[in-house]
Structure formats: structure tokens, C-alpha cells
Design a protein around this ligand. Structure first.
Ligand SMILES: Cc1cc2nc3c(=O)[nH]c(=O)nc-3n(C[C@H](O)[C@H](O)[C@H](O)COP(=O)(O)O)c2cc1C
Length: 320
């Protein structure tokens, strides 16, 4: 079964976000209201290929039953390593493989991976073909419009579309634009046209500044030929963004407690405590006293300490 042919139209995806969309957070989102498809954080193909890195790569690729269907996102620049990891992903429970050709991080680009692939299109194609020929899973690509100029998409996207990937996600900005300018929605009609002409069976997914389900449906009304919409940072504003629900403060606290439970379960092997602190503002925000509670939480060193702070705050505020 090709997962990309079994999704509603339009479908919604939780964007891959390094340090965010780990196994614990994906389960939190599944509880709040799941997208049609999850992606993992990106995993480095060369890390998987090395004796030293494989254990860590496999931990990053661990999935929970509520994640399914889920796509494994991978990045790197060594074509043989793309082949090696791709041959393993089906047995790990994934429904597809996505190649990251869009990450703007300096450390990633310095190695030739992520958005640097835009500057080496022949290598990008070789990596794609190697992945493709070593798996029965559908292979998709996530990228940006170009390296420095939005107009580069007219050359770059056809290179990818001529490979007929199962799906193509376009983050509507260049690498240089990072996330500092509004997404170039005005280019959607031209991108749709390229897809229709070169690879009509490739699902087209649009990404960038989409807040929530209502926003995605609004965009779909305007651009009905786009197959799917991917939401990243919108989940920080509202973890229920894949539904039309606006959570109460009590529901957000319940979600935070679930996150702590799941994190504790997973932290036996992979998840250190400090990164968990990035999540607190998702749940504790926009009410009187929220910043004080967050400040106290930032001083904590364990899930148990965080629970103690929350317990005390709830009694003080009579939250529940
Ligand atoms: C913290 C963070 C981590 C990210 N990590 C990844 C990643 O691992 N793979 C990827 O393809 N994109 C990654 N991205 C980019 C997002 O998937 C998405 O393309 C970007 O945030 C734009 O969408 P948005 O405006 O809905 O947030 C990351 C973004 C953020 C904010």
C-alpha cells in the first residue's frame, strides 16, 4: 500500500522538527488531535551507517503505535548511506521515507546536506535514486524554493519532479530567507503547474506559516490542486491545531502532564531533561501568572521537580 494514495484531500501533516517532534511530543499531538500523517525528526544517514552512530540513529527512529502512519525523514550527502538506511526503514514500521533537501542549519549545510543539496542537484538525484532503489516504501522529498532567490524554484523543483517522487513538500522560502519573511504563497499556482506538467502523480504539499486546520482549509479553497498542507510552528501556538478545538487552560495542563509522563517513559534512553523546557511555553502561556510559573519551571532539573512546581501552582491558582 502506498500511504500517499490513502490520505484524504487535503491531508494535514505535522512538520518534522528537530528537537520537537520526538516520540513523546508526537504522542501528545496524537492525543490532542492527530494530523493525517506524522514525520520523524531528521536522522543522519551516515550516523546510521557508522558503528558508533547506529544506536543513536535507531533511538531517534523509535515510533509509538499512535504515530502510525509515519514517514521517516533522513538527511546526509553520501549516496551509499542513503541506500543503507533506506533498506532498513520498512522493517522499523515506517510507511514512507522523506529526504530532507531543505534544512538551512549551517552545521548541516557545511557537510553538504539539507538545503546545500539545492546547489548540488546531481548529487541530490543520486541520493534519491539510491534510496528509491533500496526500498519498497514510497520516497518523498522536502525542500525549499531555492538557495538565495525564490525564482530558483523554476529550475530546482523540475529536477526533483523529473524523478517522480511519491510526494514533494515545498517550504515556500529560500534557504537564505530562513523563516524571516512571509511564505511565498503567490508562487503556489506556478508550482502546481510544474507538478501537473512533469509529474502529475506526485502529491504536492505546501509548507510555511500555516497556523492550523482552518488556515489549511482556507488555502485549499484558494489552491484546490494542492494535495496536502504541513504545519510546523503552528503547533506551538495551539497543540490542538489539527482540529478546530480551542483548548481550555485545564486541557493544556492535562496535555502538559501527559507530555511529562511520556517524556519520563522515553527518557530512560534518549531524551535528556533540558530540551523538555522548550515545550513549557506551549502549555503555560497567555494567562495571568503564566510567566512566573514558567520561570520556576526553568529552574527545575527533573520531571519530578517540574511536577512539584505545577502541583503547587495549581493549588495556588485553583486551576483544575
Ligand atoms: C525547531 C525546528 C526544527 C526543525 N527541524 C526540521 C527537520 O528536522 N526536518 C525538516 O525537514 N524541517 C525541519 N524544520 C522546518 C519545518 O519542518 C518547517 O519546514 C518550517 O518550520 C516551516 O513551517 P512552519 O512555518 O509551519 O513552521 C524545523 C523547524 C523548526 C522550527
Amino acid at each position: 500500500m502506498n500511504i500517499w494514495n490513502n490520505l484524504p484531500k487535503p491531508f494535514l501533516i505535522l512538520a518534522p522538527m528537530e528537537g520537537v517532534t520526538d516520540i513523546a511530543f508526537r504522542q501528545v499531538i496524537a492525543h490532542a488531535g492527530r494530523p493525517d500523517l506524522f514525520f520523524t525528526e531528521f536522522t543522519n544517514v551516515s550516523s546510521y551507517a557508522s558503528e558508533k552512530g547506529r544506536h543513536n540513529a535507531l533511538e531517534r527512529l523509535e515510533i509509538a503505535p499512535s504515530d502510525s502512519p509515519i514517514i521517516a525523514q533522513i538527511w546526509g550527502k553520501n549516496p551509499e548511506h542513503f541506500a543503507e538506511i533506506s533498506s532498513a526503514l520498512e522493517s522499523l514500521g515506517f510507511s514512507g521515507i522523506d529526504l530532507n533537501f531543505g534544512c538551512p542549519d549551517k552545521n548541516v549545510n557545511r557537510t553538504g546536506g539539507g538545503a546545500a543539496m539545492i546547489k548540488t542537484p546531481e548529487l541530490a538525484v543520486e541520493c534519491y535514486r539510491n534510496a528509491r532503489s533500496h526500498t519498497a516504501l514510497p520516497v518523498s522529498i522536502k525542500t525549499r524554493l531555492g538557495w538565495s532567490q525564490p525564482e530558483e524554484f523554476r529550475e530546482w523543483l523540475p529536477v526533483l519532479l523529473h524523478e517522480h517522487p511519491a510526494a514533494l513538500t515545498v517550504h515556500l522560502r529560500t534557504k537564505k530567507e530562513m523563516s524571516k519573511v512571509p511564505a511565498h504563497y503567490e508562487l503556489i499556482p506556478e508550482i502546481v503547474e510544474l507538478r501537473n506538467q512533469i509529474s502529475p502523480d506526485t502529491k504536492l504539499i505546501i509548507n510555511g506559516d500555516i497556523k492550523d486546520r482552518a488556515h489549511a482549509l482556507e488555502l485549499h479553497t484558494k489552491y484546490p490542486e494542492v494535495d496536502g498542507f504541513m504545519i510546523g510552528r503552528g503547533v506551538f501556538q495551539n497543540p490542538y491545531c489539527f482540529t478546530d478545538h480551542r483548548p481550555t487552560r485545564a486541557e493544556l495542563m492535562e496535555l502538559l502532564n501527559l507530555h511529562l509522563d511520556l517524556y519520563e517513559k522515553a527518557s530512560s534512553h534518549t531524551l535528556p531533561y533540558e530540551p523538555l523546557k522548550h515545550f513549557f511555553k506551549i502549555y503555560i502561556n497567555n494567562f495571568p501568572g503564566a510567566s512566573d510559573i514558567r520561570a520556576k519551571l526553568m529552574e527545575t532539573h527533573s520531571v519530578a521537580e517540574a511536577r512539584a512546581v505545577l502541583g503547587a501552582s495549581m493549588i495556588e491558582d485553583n486551576v483544575l
